[in-house]
Write a new protein. Structure first.
Length: 229
């Protein structure tokens, strides 16, 4: 299994999010996976400019690392997302990457992969961030299987406890196991199918403008149902 870990912290490999992510990676590697960490630093992936070029032609016009990262994810089997909790949301670095994935979302282009999310914070409130990140995985086609988080202010001396480390390692191992088993969750599958239908209808509705995405859905043998509500 090949896993791409996207680390979206301005502290890069020296921060708390990287520290927690490393335990997830450790668990995945012990289970037999190959991993690669990519740091989203706010410069290698710029903010989306809303030009619709990805919908019309399948490629972003911006000249940065997004295409390379996208290609690596397409060639991988799993994804780990890592972000600090900044004002009850993901970091700007991760949000920029998410926004650049609008064409991927329209076509669920990462379908068949598995993913998990990692969050750290100073004061807590991390569960909604995990849910948000896993929702992003789902709408790109990735099957989310869980997440791990840590509130640094609640930890002795600001250090990860053995319990948190073990939960992170177990999450990494479970990511590999889910991929090997081709595991599915009925609720996730139902939500993904509903979103898939919604995106198909949207693209068919906008087919004259979004020719690339329309052709992609057609090539999948998808039929048009109706215009979106």
């Amino acid at each position: 299994m090949k896993i791409i870990a996207l680390l979206a912290s301005p502290h890069k490999l020296k921060g708390n999010t990287a520290g927690l992510m490393n335990f997830v990676i450790e668990g995945a590697q012990k289970a037999g996976a190959e991993t690669e960490i990519i740091c989203l630093d706010g410069h290698n992936v710029q903010a989306c400019n809303g030009c619709d070029a990805c919908h019309r032609g399948g490629a972003c016009v911006q000249k940065d690392a997004f295409k390379e990262i996208k290609n690596k994810i397409e060639q991988a089997d799993g994804v780990i997302l890592g972000s600090p909790n900044y004002i009850f949301s993901v970091s700007a670095q991760l949000k920029a990457f998410m926004d650049r994935c609008c064409g991927i979302v329209h076509c669920l282009s990462f379908e068949g992969k598995y993913g998990v999310s990692v969050v750290t914070s100073g004061g807590g409130g991390d569960d909604p961030i995990i849910q948000y990140m896993n929702r992003f995985l789902l709408v790109t086609g990735i099957h989310p299987i869980g997440g791990v988080h840590a509130t640094m202010a609640a930890l002795p001396n600001g250090e990860f406890t053995e319990g948190i480390k073990n939960r992170a390692r177990e999450l990494g191992a479970d990511l590999v196991a889910a991929w090997r088993e081709k595991r599915t969750d009925p609720e996730v599958t139902m939500e993904m199918n509903a979103f898939r239908k919604r995106m198909r209808e949207l693209v068919f509705w906008k087919k004259e403008e979004w020719l690339y995405e329309y052709n992609l859905w057609q090539n999948r043998g998808e039929e048009h149902d109706s215009a979106p509500a």
